[in-house]
Write a protein that binds this ligand. Structure first.
Ligand SMILES: [Zn+2]
Length: 158
């Protein structure tokens, strides 16, 4: 599941393409027409208007209500749609829909004592461990006993 999460904001109604070196390419616009989760676990049908996307590419899709989380999916198959002109339908591998639950936590840095609002996706049934994984992926140094914000964490490393 963590493979399917990106701590990047994707604007609503858009799809973003991840290019070389995991850089998000936002100069090209892909207008999202629809996302349908198919019955088979983790298979999504994604429709967009804009340029073709190569097989094997990774794309980001907006998460409803999220400020800084996107879903990351891999394109497995692409077909052109007849209408509207210039639109595509792709089969993508992504997270299992039922595993998906967006949550917010307030985190306090043990070093500078600032409060932070953080988002994470709860999926394992253990919210605390999901929140800690999310924090670490966003640059925190976090475990059950101690949570250090990205700024303090990076100055401690340097
Ligand atoms: Zn701090």
């Amino acid at each position: 599941m963590l493979d399917s999460i990106s701590y990047t904001h994707t604007p609503g109604g858009q799809m973003l393409l991840i290019g070389e070196g995991d850089q998000v390419q936002n100069q090209v616009k892909y207008e999202l027409l629809g996302v349908v989760a198919q019955e088979a676990a983790g298979v999504f049908e994604v429709k967009w208007k804009g340029p073709f996307v190569d097989l094997g590419s990774q794309v980001l899709l907006p998460v409803k209500g999220a400020k800084g989380i996107s879903l990351k999916m891999q394109i497995e198959k692409v077909d052109a749609l007849i209408t509207p002109v210039g639109s595509w339908s792709a089969v993508c591998m992504g997270p299992k829909q039922r595993e998906f639950d967006l949550k917010n936590i307030q985190a306090n840095c043990d070093q500078c004592h600032q409060d932070f609002q953080l988002e994470f996706i709860a999926f394992s049934g253990d919210d605390q461990s999901d929140a800690l994984s999310a924090m670490n992926l966003q640059g925190w140094g976090a475990n059950m006993d101690k949570q250090v914000c990205p700024e303090c964490h990076s100055s401690a490393l340097g």
